[in-house]
Unconditional design. Structure first.
Ligand SMILES: [Zn+2]
Length: 253
C-alpha cells in the first residue's frame, strides 16, 4: 500500500455551485482555505445548477489552480443544444475528470435519461455520484442493470432524511449490490452511518461534507461534518477508510 495514502482525509462531496434556491457558488480559494483550516487533504468538486459544459469549465478552472488538492467530477444534465454524452466522455478521457454527478433535482432518473450516463461511467471505469432524493427504485434499477458501474448514493439515500426505514432500504440495497457505495454527507441520523459501516463495510462508505456552507461559517461547517464521523468512534481502520481510503481506492488516487 502507498504509505502516503494512509490517514488521508478526502471530502468526497463539495460544491463549486450548489443546488439551493440561490444556486450558491464557492470559489476554489474558499474551498481550499476551508480544507486547510479543517485538515482535509483533498476534495471532490463539482458544479450543478448549470450545464454540463459550464460544470466542466468551473471544475477545470478550480483544479488547475489547486492540482493535487481538488478532484473534478463532471455534472451530467441533458441539453437541447449539445450532445452531453460526448462532453462527459471528453471530460473524463481528455481532461482528467474522475467521476460523474447526477442530481434528481434537475433531471429525471428514468432509464431513457440516465442509462447512457451510467453506461458511460461503467465503460470508462469512473464512479457516478447520484443524489436520487430518496428514489429508491431508480437506484435499485441502475444497480441491477449496470453491475459494473460504481454508484455512489448521496446522503445515504436522501438529504437530511429522518425516515429510518428509507435509509435502511438503501443500506440493504448496498448489501445486495456490491456496486453501491454510500455517501454519508448530509446525514441527520448519524447512528445510521455507524450502522452502514457495520453492515455494509467501511470499504463502501464515503465521507463528504456537502459543503461549503455558511452556517456557522465554511470552516465551522466542514469541521462539524468531520467531527460527526470522528464521534462515531469507529475502529481506526474503518474510520480511515470512510474518511478517505475508500474514495481514494475508487478514484485510483
Ligand atoms: Zn450536494
Amino acid at each position: 500500500m502507498d504509505l502516503g495514502v494512509i490517514g488521508m482525509i478526502v471530502d468526497a462531496h463539495v460544491h463549486l455551485k450548489h443546488g439551493d434556491i440561490r444556486r450558491t457558488e464557492y470559489s476554489p480559494e474558499v474551498i481550499v482555505e476551508t480544507m486547510d483550516r479543517v485538515g482535509i487533504d483533498k476534495s471532490v468538486v463539482f458544479a450543478m445548477s448549470t450545464t454540463t459544459k459550464r460544470s466542466i469549465e468551473m471544475a477545470l478552472e478550480a483544479v488547475r489552480k489547486y492540482p493535487g488538492r481538488l478532484i473534478p467530477f463532471v455534472y451530467a444534465l441533458p441539453n437541447y443544444e449539445r450532445p452531453v454524452i460526448a462532453e462527459l466522455e471528453e471530460a473524463i478521457t481528455k481532461l482528467g475528470f474522475k467521476g460523474i454527478k447526477l442530481h434528481a433535482g434537475e433531471c429525471t432518473l428514468a432509464e431513457y435519461v440516465t442509462d447512457p450516463v451510467i453506461a458511460l461511467a461503467e465503460r470508462l471505469g469512473v464512479p457516478c455520484l447520484i443524489d436520487c432524493m430518496g428514489r429508491f427504485w431508480d437506484i435499485e434499477r441502475m444497480a441491477r442493470c449496470f453491475p459494473g458501474a460504481k454508484l455512489i448514493v448521496a446522503h445515504l439515500g436522501r438529504y437530511l432524511c429522518e425516515d429510518e426505514a428509507l435509509i435502511d432500504r438503501f443500506i440493504e440495497l448496498a448489501l445486495r449490490y456490491e456496486n453501491i457505495f454510500l455517501d454519508v454527507s448530509g446525514v441527520a441520523l448519524t447512528h445510521k452511518i455507524r450502522e452502514a459501516v457495520s453492515k455494509v463495510g467501511s470499504d463502501r462508505v464515503i465521507f463528504g461534507t456537502d459543503g461549503p456552507h455558511e452556517a456557522p461559517d465554511t470552516v465551522g461547517f466542514a469541521k462539524k461534518e468531520l467531527d460527526k464521523i470522528k464521534a462515531l468512534n469507529l475502529d481506526p481502520e474503518d474510520e480511515e477508510a470512510v474518511l478517505g481510503g475508500t474514495i481514494a481506492r475508487l478514484l485510483k488516487i
